[in-house]
Design a protein around this ligand. Sequence first.
Ligand code: ATP
Ligand code: MG
Length: 254
Amino acid sequence: MTETDSSPPFIRVTGLRKSFGTQKILQGVDLDICHGETLVLIGPSGEGKSVLLKHIIGLLHPDGGQVELDGVNLSEMSERQLLVARRRMGYLFQNAALFASLTVAENVAFPLREAGVRDPGVLAERVHEALDLVELSAHKDKMPINLSGGMRKRVGIARAIITRPECILYDEPTAGLDPVVTDVIDHMIQRMQKHFRVTSVVITHDMNSVFRIADRVVMLKNGVVSFNGTPEQLRGSPDPEIQNFIAGRSGITA
Ligand SMILES: Nc1ncnc2c1ncn2[C@@H]1O[C@H](COP(=O)(O)OP(=O)(O)OP(=O)(O)O)[C@@H](O)[C@H]1O
Ligand SMILES: [Mg+2]
């Protein structure tokens, strides 16, 4: 999907730099994310994909460069503006990060309560709707400790989508899920785009998912964007490193 020349991209990342101690992670990341597109972020483990997503939602602050949302630099926003900006986004943490003392339904309802929804009927209906999308309605009264890893991840997804955000950032939504549930989640991401024009940024290591859901693929390598194109362009890339990554080859010989 393309933007008209006059409107800024939904999210614009420019020259983003981040180090932890002496470890340089992001070393000048440039990336535009357009309204309504599904952008998939791939790259080797430890390259900074999760770190990049945390900058987009404003949980981490850049050492250099910036993240703009609709043309406004997150670093220049007031606390109040940042809160409003965050409400426009849903975020699935890589480890789901559920509240251990809350039930599934209470975890999912949390962002809606934060947004000021108090009516128990509305809360119950929206929780049901979100859990239904990830096929977990029957488990709403369980505690997180009594769920499988994959179920926890799906509760995290329900919690990310319950406020019906404009943009959803998914950090490995299908890692550890069986192929059928992976298919359910991939379809859900596609449905959200089709019916609600949701913008999605998805980190995944699952190449089947990449080719199923991506409008555009971005690869992060050595602290920068090393590939930015369509899934077809990725498949046809002459770069042997990209071909090895797609095929899951390490390049090591026995
Ligand atoms: N808060 C932090 N403090 C110190 N180091 C951090 C912090 N967050 C991330 N890192 C480091 O930054 C690097 C990139 O981490 P990140 O989680 O973004 O990798 P990733 O690309 O998401 O990998 P994976 O595919 O395994 O999830 C890692 O070396 C990690 O240890
Ligand atoms: Mg990660």
